[in-house]
Design a protein around this ligand. Structure first.
Ligand code: ADP
Length: 327
C-alpha cells in the first residue's frame, strides 16, 4: 500500500454549487490529518500544464458560501490521449502528489478511472453536478441548490402568469434526465412536468391544459426538461399549443445557466463537507477507484466504474404525486 503524504484536489467538467465547499472540506481534512494538499487549477488541463498551488487550512477561508469553483473547471481534450495523461502523471510525480480527489461528473470520473488503471494512481471521486444523474448517490453536489434556484424563479414567473392568465412553458436543465424538472415541478406546483424519461404525447398535454382551464385555474406552468421529446423543442411546443388552444396566451422562459450558479444551499454545504472528509480518509486508508456518495443519510463508497455505468431512475412515486397535485 502506497504511503499517502500529499493529496491533489481539483474540479472538472460542468461546475455546480457546492464545489467550493467540497474543496474546503478536502483541504481542511488534509490539514487536520497532517497531510499536504495541492490545489490543481482547471481540472485535467491544469494537471497537464502543472498549474498547482499548495493549499492550507487558511487557503479556503470564506468559500463555503460561494458558487462556482475557486480552482476553476475545464474540459480537456488532451487528457483523452495517452500522451496527455503521461504529461499529467509526470507533473504529479514531480510535485510529489501521491493521490487525488476529483470533484466532477461522470466524464471526469471516466478520466480518473483510466488514469488509475494506467498508472496505478490512487483516485477518489466526489460527484459534483446539478443533474443528479450519477449512480451510487441519492444526491449529487449542487442538485439541491439548483432545485431551490429553479423553484424561486418559477415562483416569480407564476406571479406574472397569474396576473395575466397566461400559460408558461419553463425550460430547466436536464438533457438526459428529468430529476430537476420533476422535483422542482412538484416544489413549484407545476401543472405539467415533461421529462425525457416519459413521453406523455402532445395530445395528453392538450387534454391536461384544457382540464386545467375548465377547473378554473387562472394560470398554468408547464416545466419542460431540456431533453424532453414531447415537442421538437420548447418553442415548437408553444406554437403547437397556441395553434390548438387559441384562447391561451402562451409564453416561454428558458432558465439556462443561472441554474448552475449561486450560493450553495445548507444541504449542499453539509453534503460537501461530509463527502470531502470521507474522500481524504478513504485515500489514507489505502482505498482507491471509488466515488463517495450518500444513501439513507449515510456516506458510502461505490466503485467508480459502477457510478459511471449505472443509471439513476426517475422517482415514479413523485410522478404520481405530481399528477394528484395538479388536479
Ligand atoms: P463531467 O465531468 O461534468 O461529466 P465532461 O464529460 O466534460 O464533464 O468530462 C470532463 C473531462 O474529463 C473531459 O474534458 C476530459 O478531460 C476528461 N474525460 C472525460 N472522458 C474521458 C475519457 N474517456 N478518457 C479520458 N478523459 C476523459
Amino acid at each position: 500500500m502506497k504511503n499517502i503524504r500529499k493529496i491533489g484536489v481539483f474540479t472538472s467538467g460542468g461546475d455546480s454549487p457546492g464545489m467550493n465547499a467540497a474543496i474546503r472540506s478536502v483541504v481542511r481534512t488534509c490539514a487536520y490529518l497532517k497531510v499536504d494538499c495541492i490545489g490543481i487549477y482547471r481540472g485535467y488541463q491544469g494537471m497537464i500544464e502543472g498549474d498547482f498551488k499548495p493549499m492550507d487550512a487558511r487557503s479556503v477561508n470564506n468559500i463555503i458560501q460561494k458558487g462556482g469553483t475557486i480552482l476553476k473547471s475545464a474540459r480537456c481534450q488532451e487528457f483523452r490521449t495517452k500522451e496527455g495523461r503521461q504529461k499529467a502523471y509526470d507533473n504529479l510525480v514531480r510535485e510529489g502528489i501521491d493521490a487525488f480527489v476529483v470533484i466532477g461528473g461522470d466524464g471526469s470520473f471516466t478520466g480518473a478511472m483510466i488514469f488509475n488503471q494506467e498508472f496505478d494512481f490512487p483516485v477518489i471521486g466526489i460527484p459534483g453536478t446539478i443533474d443528479n444523474d450519477i449512480f451510487g448517490t441519492t444526491y449529487t453536489l449542487g442538485f439541491d441548490t439548483a432545485l431551490n434556484t429553479v423553484v424561486e424563479a418559477i415562483d416569480k414567473i407564476r406571479d406574472t402568469a397569474s396576473s395575466h392568465n397566461r400559460l408558461f412553458f419553463v425550460e430547466v436543465m436536464g438533457r438526459d434526465v428529468g430529476h430537476i424538472a420533476l422535483n422542482a415541478g412538484v416544489g413549484a406546483g407545476a401543472e405539467e412536468i415533461l421529462i425525457p424519461e416519459e413521453n406523455l404525447g402532445r395530445e395528453r398535454l392538450l387534454e391536461s391544459l384544457k382540464r386545467s382551464k375548465e377547473s378554473g385555474k387562472s394560470s398554468s406552468i408547464v416545466i419542460v426538461a431540456e431533453g424532453d421529446k414531447t415537442g421538437k423543442n420548447i418553442f415548437d411546443l408553444k406554437d403547437f399549443v397556441e395553434e390548438k388552444l387559441p384562447d391561451y396566451d402562451v409564453r416561454v422562459s428558458v432558465l439556462g445557466h443561472m441554474q448552475r450558479g449561486g450560493s450553495p444551499s445548507c444541504y449542499d454545504r453539509v453534503l460537501a463537507s461530509r463527502m470531502g472528509v470521507k474522500a481524504v480518509e478513504s485515500l489514507l486508508e489505502g482505498k482507491t477507484n471509488l466515488m463517495v456518495g450518500i444513501q439513507d443519510n449515510a456516506i458510502i463508497l461505490t466503485p467508480i466504474n459502477k457510478a459511471i455505468k449505472g443509471h439513476t431512475k426517475i422517482d415514479k412515486e413523485l410522478i404520481r404525486v405530481s399528477d394528484i397535485m395538479s388536479i
